[in-house]
Structure formats: structure tokens, C-alpha cells
Design a protein around this ligand. Structure first.
Ligand SMILES: [Ca+2]
Length: 563
């Protein structure tokens, strides 16, 4: 079946537990989602990506699945999901589910069987290895660390073997080399595609094929020392081809999450006759204020961000398609990172313009469109996320508590997981009872209801941007070109298609700064399509975090191909 036109679309990501509580138990659910579908459609997006909604013990909030073919009882039922799906389709929204097949929950029936012994039908569904012995001491099969907590191996006395978990202990890695496991994956895909789901976002999909020997990793790289032996493994392409064949029958779209991937590697999956993925979620644009993960913090560098933006824009140009995002459930809020909480509205709107007009399909994470910011909880006990809690207890333990907590404030994924702020009333209108997780105290000012009424709000700016993107061939399919890449506080890029040229100018500064049209643009010929300040400014000066979007005829713009 032919694929739908995902390139002209944009998607809204729902992390359901914190989106909207429809049945009054303090937990977001599909009843709440159902009630908010009109709101989502009103943003101008064309689809929804649901982070996992399946049964899960929530060791990693849904990314530890215990049943691939059902809905978590906290979130509703299959029947309610069908209602959401039908209504979403009725509103013209595609629905994409998270496919998490690198690992399951340790409570998945497959694992419960697998751990029992070496001779049952599920014995080889996971990656089991014998211990290494050093005299009387039992050691794990290799020195890999888990990305979430401690070593990547957990001993199971029942089997007398270790199982591999690249993430949390309660997330055993599936053995994708077992053809039966791959058949299970295909069965799961068909189950949801038959129901009418339009595609999948595939969690850490580049990790599913492990090096057959599982050799020791570099010892001094905590967290990711085994990465070279489980990322882009020898059989990955073959397995992705198998899954692609299923998706192709349905015209389903596949978006692969690929931590630490390079453009060169990404292109192998995104191009060629047997293109196995439609888009990839790269992490480079999340690294402008950190190294490898947010927990290793650096001051924000616009140069680094621009380099990441332009690297992907150029490398994929004419060959493949980008997935654009600045936020998701795995990263702190972008205003608190790359913008300014002091210039909250200005930087929140500017950041929208900085990425929504690039080449690619934009993803907007729940709450991003109203400018939600990081939460700063008073103690580590109030945090919920396994990786945040582990980072606090494991690293920099010699430092005073306040400093360690400040690091969590900066880096925790939990900042993306506070309840969605719908209104200024109790619990931010998310629920009628105490929500499962802390509400950001800024909700009386930052919420949907207030921003609906304000034409200058971040919310309405997102709407304007998405509408503009849809109406412009240059923004949808034009070439990308960056100007003044060395300016430390200014990001300027152009999109051009045939006679239309759109120039996007973004200030990343809390102060006024000078700017001028790049050489070759005819002065006074640009039409201002969008600005994030209500009043007109002074020519040649950008106000704090100002964003301008200007349209030119290509004949009034500099010649030359995209640089
Ligand atoms: Ca609920």
C-alpha cells in the first residue's frame, strides 16, 4: 500500500500519563486524550505519536512493556483506544504508536518463562550468558554498563545465568537473533496496523542487533561502554528489512529512534531501494548544552546547536527526510535549556521558529506548545524517573546535596513529565484530584486556557508557524541554507523553492543585537510573514529572542545553490 504524505505533516507527541486525566484518578488516560483531540487538531498538526500506552509495571514508564497487545489499565481499554483512533482519524489526524522491541518488561510472560530454564519455548527469547568465574567469584559475562543503572547484566539463580539489560534491570533485552522473536514483533505490528494505526516510532531501534560475541567494552566509559557492540549491529539491516516488509503492506510510516547516530549511518537506513526507515530521531540537536547525555552539563552553545541543525539539513538534502524536534519525554524543557525563562514568551516562540521551518517533519511534545519549563523539586525523593534517581545517587556523590540536586533540575527527564497545564485552576486542570506527579508551580501563568485568549501567546505562535509551514512550498520542500554560522547569538537560515525564498532570523540573546540582511538580498523587498513581537521593531536591531520570518522572491535573494 502507498504511504501517506508524512513529509508535509507535523506530529504531536503524547506522553499519556501526564496529558489529561479523564476519569479522576490523578493519572492521564485515553478518556482524557479523547476529550482533547479537538484541541490537538486545532494546533494544525496532522498526527499524534503516542509514547507507550501498553500494560507496563512502569519501571521506565511504559518503555517496559508486559503485554504488547493491550492497553495499560491506568489508561483505559482497547475499546477506548479504538474510540480515540476513530475520532482522531475523523479529525484528519494520523496515529502512530511506540514500538519498543529492544527489550520487554521483566514481568512480560515471555521473560517469566524464559528465566525458568534453558529448555522451554521462551528460553532463547532473551540474551542469556553463563557467568565468568574468577576462582570462586562469579562475574558477569562482560564489562558493559547499563545506560540506566549499574552493570548491564543481572544474575538469575533459577537459570544459573545472567541476562543482558542495556537499560534498567527490569528491561531485559530481547534476543532479536531468534527468528521466533522477530515473528512476534511482526505479529505485534500487524495487530495494531490491522486496527488502523498508521505507523510506529521505534524505540532505540538501532540497538536491537548485538555483536554475536558480546566482547568487553572500553572500561572507562560508564553508561555506554558496550555501545559499539550493540549499536548498528551486524544483523540490524536484515531485521529492519523484515519489519519494513510488514509496514509496506499497510503503507505504515516508521520513525526510528537512534541515540548517538551519525548522519552517515542514518543515511544507510533512510535511503536506497530498501529504505528501511522513513525518518530517524537523532540526538545531535539535544547536545548543545551537554555531552552524550543531559547529565553531563555544559553551558549552552548556539554554535553547537546550529552546527547540528545544519549538519542534518545538508546531509539529508535531496536524499532523505528529517524528523525535527526540540523536546520529547526524554529531555528537559527547551526554554529552560536553549532559551530563557526570564524571556519566556519571547524565547519560547523564537525556538519554535528556529526549528519548525527546517526541512523535515516537525514533532511537538505535549506542553512545548504552551512553553512549559523545567520543574525544580525540593528533594530527589520527589523525582520519579529511574535515570534521574540513579544519576543523583551514582555520580558526583562527594558533592553537597544542593549541587547534586541542581544538576538534576537541569537534566532530569522528569521536567518533561509533569502534568500538562490546561488551566489556572486546581492541579492545572489536568485532574480533579492530586496528580500522580508534581505540577509545575508556574501553571497559573503557563496554561492552555490563558494562552488561548492571548493572540501573542506561545500557543498561538505555534499555530501560526504550523499554518505558515503548510502554506509555503519553500518551507515544505525547499533547499536549506544557513547564513552567518559563526555568529554566537544569531541563527539565520533560508528555505528556497523555485521563485519563493523564506528567510528565518532568530536571536538567541537576552540583549538587543544588530543584524542585517545577508549580501545579495534586495533591501526592502522582503515581506514580513511572522514576528514574535506584537509591535514593529527598529530596523537592523533584534530585540531579545526576537524571531522574524521574511518572504522574498528568489530574484531578490542571493544567487547560488544552498551552502
Ligand atoms: Ca485517569
Amino acid at each position: 500500500m502507498e504511504q501517506f504524505d508524512f513529509r508535509s505533516m507535523s506530529f504531536y507527541q503524547i506522553w499519556i500519563r501526564s496529558f489529561a486525566d479523564g476519569n479522576g484518578d490523578g493519572i492521564g488516560d485515553l478518556y482524557g486524550v479523547y476529550d482533547k483531540l479537538e484541541y490537538i487538531a486545532s494546533l494544525g498538526v496532522d498526527g499524534i505519536w503516542f509514547s507507550p500506552i501498553y500494560p507496563s509495571p512502569n519501571a521506565d514508564y511504559g518503555y517496559d512493556i508486559s503485554d504488547y497487545r493491550n492497553i495499560h489499565p491506568d489508561y483505559g481499554t482497547l475499546e477506548q483506544f479504538r474510540k480515540v483512533l476513530d475520532r482522531a482519524h475523523g479529525l484528519g489526524l494520523k496515529v502512530i504508536l511506540d514500538l519498543v522491541i529492544n527489550h520487554t518488561s521483566d514481568m512480560h510472560p515471555w521473560f517469566l518463562e524464559s528465566r525458568k530454564g534453558r529448555d522451554n519455548p521462551y528460553s532463547d527469547y532473551y540474551i542469556w550468558r553463563d557467568p565468568k568465574w574468577k576462582g570462586e567469584t562469579r562475574l558477569p559475562p562482560n564489562n558493559w554498563f547499563s545506560q540506566f543503572e549499574g552493570l548491564a547484566w543481572e544474575y538469575c539463580p533459577e537459570r544459573g545465568q545472567y541476562y543482558l539489560h542495556v537499560f534498567a534491570k527490569k528491561q531485559p533485552d530481547l534476543n532479536m537473533d531468534n527468528p521466533r522473536v522477530r515473528e512476534e514483533v511482526k505479529g505485534v505490528m500487524r495487530f495494531w496496523l490491522d486496527m488502523g494505526v498508521d505507523g510506529f516510532r521505534e524505540d532505540v531501534i538501532t540497538y536491537i542487533s548485538k555483536h554475536p560475541q558480546l566482547p568487553d567494552g572500553i572500561p572507562f566509559l560508564p553508561g555506554i561502554n558496550g555501545l559499539p557492540f550493540y549499536k548498528d549491529g551486524p544483523n540490524l539491516m536484515a531485521y529492519l528489512r523484515e519489519f519494513r516488509a510488514v509496514a509496506r503492506e499497510y503503507g505504515a510510516v516508521q520513525i526510528g529512534e537512534a541515540p548517538m547516530t551519525t548522519v552517515k549511518t542514518a543515511l544507510t537506513y533512510l535511503t536506497g531501494e530498501d529504505r528501511v526507515l522513513d525518518m530517524m530521531i537523532q540526538f545531535d540537536t539535544m547536545m548543545a548544552d551537554c555531552i552524550v547525555t543531559e547529565y553531563v552539563h555544559l553551558p549552552f552553545s548556539l554554535i553547537r546547536l546550529k552546527r547540528a541543525f545544519s549538519k542534518w539539513q545538508k546531509a539529508l538534502a535531496g536524499k532523505a527526510w528529517n524528523a525535527l524536534y526540540l523536546e520529547n519525554h526524554d529531555h528537559p524543557r527547551v526554554i529552560s535549556r536553549y532559551g530563557s525563562e526570564r524571556f519566556w514568551r519571547e524565547s519560547g516562540t523564537m525556538l519554535a521558529a528556529a526549528y519548525l521551518f527546517q526541512q523535515g517533519t516537525p514533532f511537538i511534545y505535549q506542553g512545548q506548545e504552551i512553553g512549559m519549563t523545567n520543574i525544580r523539586l525540593g528533594s530527589i525523593e520527589e523525582y520519579k524517573d529511574v535515570s534521574s534517581i540513579n544519576a543523583y545517587h551514582r555520580f558526583f556523590t562527594h558533592r553537597p546535596k544542593e549541587k547534586r540536586l541542581r544538576r538534576i533540575h537541569q537534566s532530569s527527564r522528569d521536567s518533561a513529565r509533569t502534568p500538562m497545564q490546561w488551566s489556572g485552576s486546581g492541579f492545572a486542570g489536568f485532574s480533579t484530584v492530586q496528580p500522580w506527579f508534581a505540577v509545575n508551580p508556574n501553571y497559573p501563568a503557563v496554561n492552555v486556557e490563558t494562552e488561548e485568549k492571548d493572540p501573542q501567546s506561545i500557543l498561538n505562535f505555534y499555530r501560526k508557524c504550523l499554518r505558515l509551514r503548510k502554506s509555503s512550498a519553500a518551507l515544505l520542500k525547499g533547499d536549506y541554507r544557513e547564513y552567518c554560522p559563526l555568529r554566537r547569538r544569531l541563527y539565520m537560515y533560508e528555505r528556497r523553492y523555485r521563485s519563493e525564498c523564506v528567510l528565518v532570523v532568530c536571536s538567541f540573546s537576552a540583549r538587543e543585537q544588530a543584524w542585517r540582511l545577508p549580501k545579495g538580498f534586495a533591501k526592502g523587498s522582503g515581506v514580513l510573514l511572522l514576528c514574535n513581537y506584537p509591535e514593529e521593531g527598529v530596523p537592523g536591531r533584534l530585540r531579545p529572542y526576537e524571531a522574524l520570518v521574511l518572504r522574498f522572491r528568489a530574484s531578490d535573494a542571493p544567487a547560488g545553490g544552498p551552502g
